[in-house]
Design a protein around this ligand. Structure first.
Ligand code: FE2
Length: 375
């Protein structure tokens, strides 16, 4: 299936909400110490900063991990009844904060709240010996927060109050490099409202995908629209469940997350074959791709640099649009609940999100069924 992606809509006269990119993503988890170990040993992150009892916090602990341009913060509670404890009791492990790097926090907060965002924390400065950081929070879907961060006057390892972590563990391994997109799952009928929210509040525009909507809906049981900022550095697909042949995967998420939230974080890799081979060696589980999926890849996708047998052996998916192709794979859920997971993605020009794989995967599953005489 051919997919093209195009940004439509009138260009804003002035970018009222310039975004430099995603500053960090903070997950609130049940055991930050173990999560930190897991993301370091499994996914190749390095711990760079820490805050907890030793740094004067009494109710929570945070580990800050880095790899390439990705900053991941893992926060756990030290007591019952805290915000983190209450959030975790309800949602399980999940993304609490998607922080956006902005040149001017006051301006970002003022623009966002005047355009309909609910403020969570007014702009404030936080400082220590390393300098000063501007911070403000606004609400997005579910109990998720967008945090505006301006760290241009700060030299420390993360934020004021965090101690640097001198790491003698594994060195950075360049398995993943940056955040490509973060997907939000919202309730049935709410997708359009959240697309409008990102357009109104953040000045984003919708990336229209000229896909065969009927097919992708029937097979994948989800509806999805993507909003992006002016330079395309921040991309937020928004999913809502759709009536399909089976219970939608989005329904399952909403059920187990007990509300809207971030479904997956897509991490770019410069060599997906190497990265997935390494992660599989470390025991990371991925969604299964039937062998039959690869039968029609040459015809559907055409020439690619990678060897088909490598993709097939590792279960890596491939899709093409008018501008190129992309390789992608999805991990199994990261925690106990069938909620948050990672995608690994390597783009070769394509700007889409692998929409063609919905149909290709479904057809591959049908071919497997056929082989078993069950179709
Ligand atoms: Fe994705």
């Amino acid at each position: 299936m051919t997919t093209t992606a195009e940004t439509v809509g009138a260009a804003p006269v002035k970018d009222f909400m310039p975004l430099h990119g995603i500053d960090h993503v903070e997950l609130w988890v049940g055991n930050a110490a173990e999560a930190s170990y897991y993301f370091q040993r499994a996914f190749g992150f390095t711990e760079v900063a820490y805050a907890g009892l030793e740094t004067g916090l009494r109710d929570r602990v945070s580990h800050v991990l880095k790899q390439g341009d990705i900053r991941l913060v893992l926060t756990g509670t030290l007591r019952s009844g805290t915000d983190v404890a209450v959030h975790h009791a309800r949602h399980g492990d999940g993304v609490k904060v998607i922080a956006l790097s902005v040149p001017d926090v006051d301006n970002a907060y003022r623009e966002a709240t005047s355009r309909g965002a609910t403020g969570h924390a007014e702009p404030h400065d936080s400082s220590d010996d390393h300098g000063r950081v501007g911070i403000a929070d606004v609400a997005t879907y579910g109990e998720t927060i967008h945090r505006f961060v301006d760290r241009s006057a700060y030299e420390g390892p993360f934020l004021p109050g965090f101690a640097p972590v001198v790491n003698d563990g594994p060195r950075p391994q360049d398995l993943v490099h940056s955040i490509d997109h973060i997907v939000g799952n919202v309730e049935l009928g709410a997708m359009e409202r959240w697309v409008t929210y990102y357009e109104d509040v953040f000045g984003m525009t919708e990336m229209i995908h000229f896909t065969d909507e009927a097919i992708s809906t029937e097979y994948s049981a989800l509806m999805s629209k993507v909003v992006t900022n002016g330079d395309g550095r921040v991309k937020f697909p928004i999913n809502e469940p759709a009536e399909g042949k089976r219970k939608s995967q989005i329904d399952e998420y909403l059920d187990f997350y007990e509300g809207a939230g971030a479904q997956h974080i897509a991490l770019t890799t410069k060599d997906i074959v190497r990265t997935v081979a390494e992660l599989r060696k470390r025991g990371i589980r991925f969604l299964n791709t039937p062998d039959t999926y690869y039968e029609e890849v040459p015809e559907r996708v055409g020439e690619i640099d990678e060897r088909l047998e490598d993709l097939s052996r590792l279960g890596i998916l491939v899709d093409r649009d008018d501008e190129g192709y992309l390789l992608q794979i999805f991990t199994a859920p990261l925690g106990d609940r069938p909620t948050i997971f990672f995608e690994l993605i390597e783009r070769h020009g394509a700007r889409g999100f692998g929409e063609g794989n919905f149909k290709a995967l479904f057809e591959a599953i049908e071919r497997e069924q056929e082989k078993r005489g069950n179709l």
